[in-house]
Every structure is written in structure tokens, then in C-alpha cells.
Write a protein that binds this ligand. Structure first.
Ligand SMILES: Cc1ncc(COP(=O)(O)O)c(C=O)c1O
Length: 456
């Protein structure tokens, strides 16, 4: 163990980590990165097949982004946006985001993370409903297996047990409806369209049971990333949206993973036919070079806040680093780079190769389903392909596969037994082949291990 690894165990409180496993196996310390590659502190080189946490779209060490950050630090390293103070990078970035939004947007509120962006969404929706005289409309419907963050409110929107247990969440205003998980939750012989109809009916039942007058908003990721790269079945958002419209329920689109090209369109909403009221973006917004999130809202949500905040004396929400000038300048440059280097086209050009290599893995004895869109995908590992029987979660088969892929110089992410890939946009066709060759070797090693341990 290196000194830094030992000091890590002594001093660092790791987020989203199995602390029991960490103290047995030690941390995985990365020392540097370049392009799609990173190196650990022992000098081993890896392909970052997850773009960090679905975010480093431009890869590592981009000169233009480094220069932009340097120049903004020299020009104006900080000013805030409270009490009407302003600065050009935040204004220009807001203007660009309104131009790009997949609906008639008007204003942009900046934060520092996807979690605080979604937290802001909840507060905005409440403030708005209070301002328009509908104070009963407070509940937010999310979905099982959703991931919307980890703040006190958004951890509850997240529909995954480890984010609730021992934390005493969800808070009382949150409800969960079905997650669209066709592979596991469709009835035998049920078509995608019939499955989507059933989920929309279940949503309506939940709304009626709760009283529609109490439901403010529905929040959804276009595809569910942390839930296991779950794609909505055909016609899903069409049918869900009809229910939302019927009961005047707002649709918050969480584009934290999908936004800025990941699914092959600028927004996941466009890929899956969502018609959002409002949207949260983060991650690819700055290619994760600096922390920044954006909540993009239409006029009708913003306008009532003018008078309401006047009566209170303040719109009392915002962070010291809301629209931080260096983060805003880097985000603006990131969006320029996507356009100048034609990266949205590049993602679309790389998609067929990525998806055909991904889907070919469905033939592997361990893979129950290979699913994905654009430059994101996952293989769900199962004990039996025929019955779809899952492995006992305690065996941590996905985590084993992740470790074995790492032995082949590829970083993937295990989400339970779904193993995800989400490479930087700058990946080439040859690198995609390299990624899947390594992934296949990691899967073969996992199969060999599973056989040896008599798990099959
Ligand atoms: C869809 C989605 N929303 C929100 C978040 C939370 O973002 P952050 O970790 O920046 O708080 C994530 C993080 O992965 C996410 O995938």
C-alpha cells in the first residue's frame, strides 16, 4: 500500500462507498489523466470507460478548457449573483442554455451539482404553487430505481434503498411509482407498448389515491442511469405525459446524465419523446472540469416569483457558488467546443459501432440483457439467461466483473449486477473496439470465476 493509500484510509470519508469493503481492499487512487485514459498511483494505465461518473465528455487535460479556467481566474476569480450582482460568464451561459433548451425556456438558475439542481427544482415548484394560490400542490412523484441526488430532499426522490436506509428519508412529500424496467418487470408476452400503458395506468391510480390536487410535479430521467441504464419502453413518456397533463402536474426532466448529446440528441428528452416543463443539467455541462449545475425554467414558472419574492422581501434561495464565474466560463467553453469540434455529430457517428459491440455481448453466457442508446450502455449479468434468474446480490458478481475489467485496463461501473459503460465523447472507433475487447475479456474472467465458485 502506498503512503497516499494508507493516508486515504486514515483520513478520507468517501462518498457513495461501501466503507466495510473499502477498509478491507483499500482505495483506488488515480494520479493523472489524458484523453480517454487515466493512470493510477502505481503507473497502471486504464481506459476511463465511464467518463468518470458519466461526466468527463471531453476526456482529460483539455488545453482549451484549462486555458479558459486560467484566464477567468486571472480576470475575475469570483463574484456572486446575490442581490442582483452579476458577471458576464453566468449571463452568457444562461443565454446559451435558454437557446439550447428543448422547450420555450426563459431563465436559468445555477448551482454546483445535480443534487442541488434537483433540490432547487423542488423548492421552485413549491414556491411557484404557493405564489399562484395552490398551496396544497406539494407532493413530488419520482420512480423506483431513480437517481436524482443525495441532499435531504433529493435522496428521497432517488428510488434506491442504500440512499434511504439509515438516513430517515424519503421526506413525507415524496411518492414513487414504477420504474420502466421492461427486461425484468414486463409480464410474459407483454409488448413494450402494453407495458407502458400499464405503467401509465398505475401512475394514474397513485395520483387518484393521493388526490391530484396535492401532486405538484413528476420527476424523471430520460433514461435511468444509476438505476442500471434503463431505457423507457416504446410510448412510455407519451402515455405518462397524458396522465400528467390531465391532472396539471409539472414534468421535471433530470438531464444530469443525458444532457448535451449522450443519447445521440442534444437532450435525452428528444431521444425519448419527453415534453418537460423544466430541466436540470450538470455533468457534461462543464465536462466535469468544474462543478456546475443549471435549472432551466420557462416564463410561467419564473414570472409569479417576481411579485411573491417582492412580498417576502427576497427570493431566499441560492448558493455562494451559484454561477461561479470560473465554472460558468468553463461550461460556456465546453458548450462551444461541442459545437466547434462537431462532437454531437461525432457521438452519432460512433453510436452504431458502440451499440453493435454492446449488443453482441448479449450472446455471452453471463449476459441476460445488453441495452443502451448513443454512447451509454450496460450488460445485466444473470445466473440463467433462460429464466432471467439473478445472482444473489451478496455475491457482488457485478463488482467482481468491474474488478476483472480493471485488470484488463478498463474502468466500468457495476450497478448491482448491471455493468455500465459511458465513455468520453472523444472516443474513436478503434478505441470503442478496444473497450469492448477488454470488456469481453473481463466478462470471460467473470464467467471462469463464477464457474470455479460454482455460482452457475
Ligand atoms: C440523473 C442524475 N441526477 C442527479 C444526479 C446527482 O448529481 P450530483 O452527484 O452532481 O449531485 C446524478 C448523479 O449521478 C444523476 O445521474
Amino acid at each position: 500500500m502506498t503512503d497516499i493509500e494508507a493516508l486515504d484510509l486514515k483520513r478520507l470519508f468517501h462518498p457513495n462507498t461501501n466503507l466495510a469493503v473499502l477498509h478491507k481492499s483499500g482505495p483506488f487512487v488515480l494520479a493523472r489523466g489524458e484523453g480517454i485514459h487515466v493512470w493510477d498511483d502505481h503507473g497502471n494505465k486504464y481506459i476511463e470507460g465511464m467518463a468518470g461518473l458519466w461526466c468527463t465528455t471531453l476526456g482529460y487535460g483539455d488545453d482549451e478548457l484549462a486555458q479558459t479556467a486560467y484566464e477567468q481566474i486571472k480576470t475575475l476569480s469570483f463574484t456572486h449573483l446575490f442581490a442582483g450582482k452579476s458577471h458576464e460568464p453566468a449571463v452568457r451561459l444562461a443565454d446559451k442554455l435558454v437557446e439550447l433548451a428543448p422547450f420555450a425556456a426563459s431563465k436559468v438558475f445555477f448551482g454546483n451539482s445535480g443534487s442541488d439542481g434537483n433540490d432547487t427544482q423542488i423548492k421552485l415548484v413549491w414556491y411557484y404553487h404557493n405564489a399562484i394560490g395552490k398551496p396544497k400542490k406539494k407532493k413530488i412523484i419520482s420512480r423506483q430505481k431513480a437517481y436524482h441526488g443525495v441532499t435531504l430532499a433529493t435522496a428521497g426522490l432517488t428510488g434506491l434503498a442504500p440512499f434511504h436506509k439509515n438516513f430517515d428519508v424519503p421526506l413525507s412529500f415524496i411518492r414513487h411509482t414504477d420504474c420502466p424496467y421492461y427486461y425484468r418487470n414486463a409480464e410474459p408476452g407483454e409488448s413494450e407498448a402494453d407495458y407502458a400503458t400499464r405503467l401509465a395506468e398505475n401512475l394514474e391510480k397513485l395520483i387518484l389515491a393521493e388526490d391530484p390536487e396535492t401532486i405538484a410535479a413528476f420527476i424523471a430521467e430520460p433514461l435511468m442511469g444509476v438505476g442500471g441504464v434503463l431505457l423507457p419502453p416504446a410510448t412510455y413518456f407519451d402515455k405518462i405525459q397524458k396522465v400528467l397533463e390531465k391532472y396539471e402536474i409539472l414534468l421535471i426532466d433530470d438531464e444530469v446524465i443525458c444532457g448535451f448529446g449522450r443519447t445521440g440528441n442534444l437532450w435525452g428528452a428528444q431521444t425519448f419523446g419527453m415534453k418537460p416543463t423544466t430541466l436540470t443539467a450538470a455533468k457534461a455541462l462543464s465536462s466535469a472540469y468544474l462543478p456546475i449545475s443549471a435549472v432551466i425554467v420557462p416564463d410561467f414558472l419564473y414570472d409569479p416569483l417576481i411579485e411573491a419574492s417582492g412580498q417576502v422581501g427576497l427570493f431566499g434561495h441560492g448558493f455562494t457558488y451559484s454561477g461561479h464565474p470560473v465554472a460558468a466560463a468553463v461550461a460556456l467553453k465546453t458548450l462551444q467546443i461541442y459545437e466547434e469540434r462537431k462532437l454531437y455529430d461525432h457521438v452519432r457517428r460512433m453510436t452504431p459501432r458502440f451499440q453493435s459491440r454492446l449488443h453482441a455481448l448479449a450472446e455471452h453466457p453471463l449476459v441476460g440483457e445488453a441495452r443502451g442508446v448513443g454512447l451509454v450502455g450496460a450488460c445485466e449479468l444473470v445466473k440463467s439467461k433462460e429464466t432471467k434468474e439473478a445472482f444473489d446480490a451478496k455475491l457482488a458478481v457485478g463488482a467482481k466483473c468491474m474488478a476483472l475489467c480493471q485488470n484488463h485496463g478498463l474502468i466500468v461501473r457495476a450497478i448491482g449486477d448491471a455493468v455500465a459503460l459511458c465513455p468520453p465523447y472523444i472516443v474513436t472507433e478503434a478505441q470503442i473496439d478496444d473497450i469492448f475487447d477488454r470488456f469481453a475479456r473481463g466478462l470471460d474472467d467473470t464467467l471462469e470465476w463464477a464457474n470455479k465458485e460454482k455460482l452457475l
